[in-house]
Design a protein around this ligand. Structure first.
Ligand SMILES: *[C@@H]1O[C@H](CO)[C@@H](O)[C@H](O)[C@H]1NC(C)=O
Ligand SMILES: *[C@@H]1O[C@H](CO)[C@@H](O)[C@H](O)[C@H]1NC(C)=O
Ligand SMILES: *[C@@H]1O[C@H](CO)[C@@H](O)[C@H](O)[C@H]1NC(C)=O
Ligand SMILES: *[C@@H]1O[C@H](CO)[C@@H](O)[C@H](O)[C@H]1NC(C)=O
Ligand SMILES: *[C@@H]1O[C@H](CO)[C@@H](O)[C@H](O)[C@H]1NC(C)=O
Ligand SMILES: *[C@@H]1O[C@H](CO)[C@@H](O)[C@H](O)[C@H]1NC(C)=O
Ligand SMILES: *[C@@H]1O[C@H](CO)[C@@H](O)[C@H](O)[C@H]1NC(C)=O
Length: 685
């Protein structure tokens, strides 16, 4: 340790002399006057810590720093490095032989740190000073350099920031490159500078995320410049909620970090088109860009991204008031050949943008549109008619009034490869449009309808009757569904459907279930959630007609179901059932648990929260030797007592999660005892 410090001071002295020589040769211009001051006795002032207010350097380290000077016995002819102007120090620092030495110097003071972090990789001159020190590997091979043991442990890296920086390694090399995440108080310029200096020798920073700077000394352009200069290998940059950075910082990134692939800007209102334009021009490998709530980013940025970034695959633009049709249209007309994932949300764009997407979006596979208030039926019609979206697989629309029957029908025709679709809050969409969409989109595998209040039970059955490949159907919060008895025309079975979810559709009742039971006989997952109108008799046909066996059943919040339906389910599907959720089915009692204990060999997750369960039900479960429950929820079962909990102890051998919150019949002591017994189980109490 002492050895390396001697080494380090030697380097500095040699470096200072080098500068002196350079100055004599006129290579360095020192406008600040003389710089080699003879210095008084106190050798510690060579690294003048005492009078330099620097919270980042713990004073207890001083003796270690000074030791080499004492033993070297060179006290009379010392000069203070600290009186050198920045330019000189800069020259010294860029001659330091390696990353360890730079980190060591950076921990001396904030000034040194900031100076070191302002050195570009290509400004380091590594071979010029001394042959006794192994030269650093060239910047292009930085990735190969692994952190040394002493660096990883903090070693002689002393300042808190540098030390914290060095300790981050273990967690962050997951993607093959170092990444750093700074949030709130941690997000400061000093920290960024430390990252810039510290990661250079450890392979270079690959990913940086900064989220919101709350402290007064938050991140500014200075910190971002340090990153840009020290981390030319940066691949991904994410800045959220930072108003103290503007184009200056991003210009530097654009100039130095040409390998940038991913850029994510959210709530950065001081960043404008100017710097995004620079990034687009300089970073040809940019593949993914997200711009959200950036008040000063507009049409020009999107146009530039489309024009200059030949690899741009993914773009997300949310809530940017300066983005209009012009930006979207220009981006697509030039980048339409490569864009695959597109998300547009809360933008003041019109039918024009959608028409352009429909015409140019040849490679688009995923398209999500949310809250586009000025897009009308004509836009969706044009998007489908453009015949460009031949590769579209996933289409999600939320809160767009333009999704009408005509619009959707056109999309079905124009996008022959659609597989996943989701329509939320589309108030104008009706059964007719849905049916013709499903007929034309022949490959459709997944359909989700939420808050589409014009959709009725006829629409839902139309979907089931008309689609050949549909595997998953979700209907949620659709208030237009009514439970009318009606003669349904004979329809083919929906044999492809494996996953069915109907959630919070109050009109969905027994009659609807009867039809579902006729059409869907191959279900694996059945989720009927919060349906008050369904009863045991209504659910029976669906349970009994099934040709395949359920593996997951969630009946959470279907308050009118009783033990009878659980008996039916266990009888038909008990041998395959892995998950059963009866949360809130308050008529369910111990009788169900007895059946489950007897027949559900594979059950690993059971939720009987808020059910009418007592101690004897738990005893029945506990007595089933072949049962191997992993997760059990009994929350809100107020009839349970300590006795029931005691029998849980036996059942508990396999449990990894147990919820006994709001079981008011259970005492604190019994819970504590259980926690001791089931030490490997996560208990919520
Ligand atoms: C953004 O940062 C400010 C402080 O600068 C904070 O008050 C605000 O809650 C943050 N907003 C979000 C969405 O994080
Ligand atoms: C872009 O990435 C490719 C490999 O993904 C690489 O070969 C190429 O050099 C990169 N281009 C630039 C300008 O960095
Ligand atoms: C962006 O383009 C739209 C037209 O598509 C225009 O109305 C809007 O003013 C433009 N925004 C800016 C900031 O130029
Ligand atoms: C949306 O853009 C149009 C022009 O394209 C403009 O007239 C209108 O005021 C804008 N609306 C909002 C909310 O910015
Ligand atoms: C459905 O529930 C009603 C009560 O709402 C009940 O009278 C009727 O028998 C049930 N229908 C079927 C088919 O089981
Ligand atoms: C069952 O449905 C409820 C209500 O939607 C949900 O909270 C819960 O996560 C679901 N459980 C499983 C295992 O799917
Ligand atoms: C189902 O439960 C609700 C209470 O949530 C009750 O008002 C309703 O009458 C019950 N319906 C049937 C068919 O039993």
């Amino acid at each position: 340790m002492v050895g390396s410090w001697i080494n380090y001071t030697m380097i500095l002295i040699v470096s200072v002399l080098t500068i002196y020589m350079l100055a004599l040769e006129g290579a360095v211009d020192f406008t600040t006057g003389g710089f080699l001051f003879p210095y008084p006795k106190d050798s510690s002032l060579i690294l003048p810590l005492a009078h330099h207010v620097d919270v980042y350097f713990p004073p207890r380290k001083r003796s270690r720093v000074c030791a080499p000077f004492v033993v070297s016995g060179e006290q009379t002819q010392k000069s203070s490095i600290e009186v050198l102007p920045d330019e000189c120090l800069f020259e010294v620092f860029r001659r330091l032989p390696g990353g360890q030495e730079r980190s060591a110097c950076a921990s001396v003071s904030k000034r040194w740190l900031m100076l070191l972090s302002s050195i570009r990789r290509d400004e380091l001159c590594t071979n010029k000073i001394t042959h006794s020190v192994e030269p650093e590997k060239s910047s292009s091979t930085m990735k190969e350099e692994k952190p040394t043991e002493s660096e990883r442990k903090g070693g002689y890296i002393d300042s808190n920031e540098i030390k914290a920086e060095a300790e981050e390694d273990q967690e962050t090399e997951a993607n093959g490159y170092l990444s750093r995440y700074l949030e709130g108080k941690k997000a400061t310029d000093v920290r960024l500078a430390a990252i810039s200096v510290g990661t250079g020798s450890r392979g270079g920073l690959g990913k940086l995320s900064v989220r919101g700077t709350t402290s007064i000394q938050g991140v500014t352009n200075l910190g971002l410049m340090a990153i840009a200069r020290g981390c030319p290998s940066l691949r991904a940059l994410s800045l959220w909620n930072i108003s103290s950075i503007d184009d200056g910082g991003l210009f530097e990134i654009a100039n130095e970090c040409r390998l940038l692939e991913k850029l994510d800007l959210c709530q950065c209102s001081t960043i404008t088109d100017k710097s995004l334009l620079a990034i687009a021009r300089n970073c040809p490998n940019l593949t993914s860009v997200t711009v959200e709530s950036c008040l000063n980013i507009g049409n020009e940025s999107l146009q530039a991204l489309g024009r200059f970034c030949p690899n741009l695959k993914s773009i997300t633009v949310k809530n940017c008031p300066r983005v209009g049709d012009l930006g979207i249209a220009n981006m697509f007309s030039s980048a339409g050949r490569v864009l695959t994932k597109v998300k547009l949300q809360a933008l003041n764009i019109t039918d024009v943008s959608l028409a352009v997407i429909g015409y140019y979006g040849h490679e688009v596979t995923d398209l999500a549109l949310t809250g586009l208030q000025n897009v009308n039926e004509r836009g969706f019609w044009a998007m489908g008619s453009g015949q460009g979206l031949q590769k579209l697989k996933s289409f999600a629309v939320t809160a767009c009034r333009g999704v009408t029957d005509v619009g959707l029908e056109s999309m079905g025709k124009g996008c022959p490869n659609l597989k996943q679709t989701c329509f939320r809050k589309c108030p104008l969409l009706s059964d007719k449009g849905l049916a013709s969409f499903v007929k034309t989109a022949g490959l459709l595998e997944s359909l989700q309808l939420e808050e589409c209040h014009r959709i009725t039970q006829f629409g839902v059955f139309g979907v089931l009757g008309n689609s050949r490949k549909l595997k998953a159907l979700v209907i949620a919060n659709c208030l237009g569904i009514r439970d009318t008895e009606f003669e349904f025309p004979s329809m083919s079975l929906c044999n492809s459907l494996r996953y069915l979810t109907i959630r919070n559709c109050p009109g969905f009742g027994n009659a609807s279930l009867a039809i579902l039971g006729r059409l869907c006989t191959r279900l694996l997952h059945l989720n009927l959630l919060g349906l008050h109108g369904i009863t045991d008799e209504g659910l029976r046909p669906l349970v009994q007609n099934s040709e395949d066996c359920f593996t997951k059943v969630n009946l959470s919040g279907c308050v009118n179901l009783t033990d009878n339906v659980v008996l039916d389910i266990v009888k038909m599907h008990g041998s395959t059932l892995e998950l059963l959720n009866l949360d809130g089915c308050r008529h369910i009692t111990d009788a169900s648990l007895v059946e489950i204990a007897d027949d559900c060999l594979l059950l690993s997750e059971l939720d009987v929260s808020e059910c009418g369960i007592t101690d004897s039900g738990i005893a029945a479960l506990a007595g089933a030797v072949h049962l191997s429950l992993q997760i059990l929820s009994l929350s809100g079962c107020s009839s349970l007592t300590d006795k029931g909990l005691a029998s849980l102890g036996i059942l508990g051998q396999t449990l990894v999660g147990l919820n006994i919150q709001n079981c008011h019949g259970i005492s604190r002591g019994a819970v504590d005892l259980l926690v001791e017994q089931l030490w490997s189980c996560d208990i919520l109490a």
